[in-house]
Design a protein around this ligand. Structure first.
Ligand code: ADP
Ligand code: MG
Length: 260
């Protein structure tokens, strides 16, 4: 198992893509070799790295359909310190096409076999569903990062996500673990956010990352420039928060690796 992490939550708009792109950039900035895989047909992580979706020659669609090797799809966007396997809306078709294929849940895992050793970290941005694409990400991963926006319904969808992770663990990937939950778009002045945050900690204790990602306008602006926030405004609160999260992930990962 390579050092692969799925960034997932079937809710849309909770900060999955923002977390994937900025964690990739922060890990790379710390000297790690990083690959970011865009597995959401919307391709927000792809455009967020400055890649023109219409100009992609080989995407994660061809890789997951075994029409191309992972290494043929991987590119290094100009000015960034990490590699990207981009996607576009072609990937929407994979959801349906995968249903008729043998080993359909293992396609991404198999495709990454030959490339994974080149990287210290591989991060997968998942679509907002518990679909076959998300299952492929979970089967390929050793850890799951769950971005959570601390609002009223935050904990509701979590049960079905954790159930899906447990099912994948039992059937296909016994090594799979929840690495941690990341509180995103956090506003410390908001009582409800604090209340949900406390609930999260009382349920999941040390599974909740200490680093909190604040609501920060620079994080929302950076994708429209096709840049991770580090490349857009290095001193912003968003940059600092994702650098802290990257450090925490590296520490947790080291601990987990030395324990196993
Ligand atoms: P998801 O991938 O889960 O759908 P995104 O990462 O695309 O979520 O985030 C949803 C929206 O919120 C985007 O417009 C993004 O720019 C914005 N956003 C995400 N995180 C933050 C943050 N910490 N502060 C401000 N805006 C954010
Ligand atoms: Mg997204």
């Amino acid at each position: 198992m390579g050092n692969i992490f799925a960034v997932t939550n079937q809710k849309g708009g909770v900060g999955k893509t923002t977390t994937t792109v900025n964690l990739a950039a922060s890990l790379a900035d710390s000297g790690k070799k990083v690959l970011m895989i865009d597995l959401d047909p919307q391709g927000n992580a792809t455009t967020g790295c400055g890649i023109d979706k219409d100009a992609i020659e080989v995407s994660s669609y061809e890789v997951i359909m075994a029409e191309a090797k992972a290494s043929d799809a991987i590119i290094r966007p100009e000015g960034l310190g990490f590699d990207v396997m981009p996607t576009n809306t072609d990937l929407t078709a994979a959801e349906v096409q995968l249903l008729d294929i043998k080993l359909r849940e293992h396609r991404l895992r198999l495709a990454l076999e030959s490339s994974k050793e080149k990287y210290d970290f591989i991060l997968i941005d998942c679509p907002p569903s518990l679909s076959m694409l998300t299952v492929n990400a979970l089967v390929a991963s050793k850890g799951v990062l769950i971005p959570i926006q601390c609002e009223y319904y935050a904990l509701e969808g979590l049960t079905s996500l954790l159930r899906t992770i447990e099912r994948v663990k039992q059937r296909a990937n016994p090594a799979l673990e929840v690495t941690g939950m990341v509180r995103t778009m956090f506003d410390a002045r908001n009582n409800l956010a604090n209340q949900v945050s406390r609930q999260l900690i009382s349920h999941f204790q040390n599974k909740v990352f200490h680093s909190i990602i604040p609501r920060n306008v620079r994080l929302a602006e950076a994708p429209s420039h096709g840049l991770p926030v580090l490349n857009y405004d290095r001193t912003s609160r968003g940059s600092i928060a994702y650098m802290a999260l990257a450090s925490e992930l590296m520490r947790r990962d080291k601990k987990a690796t030395s324990a196993s």
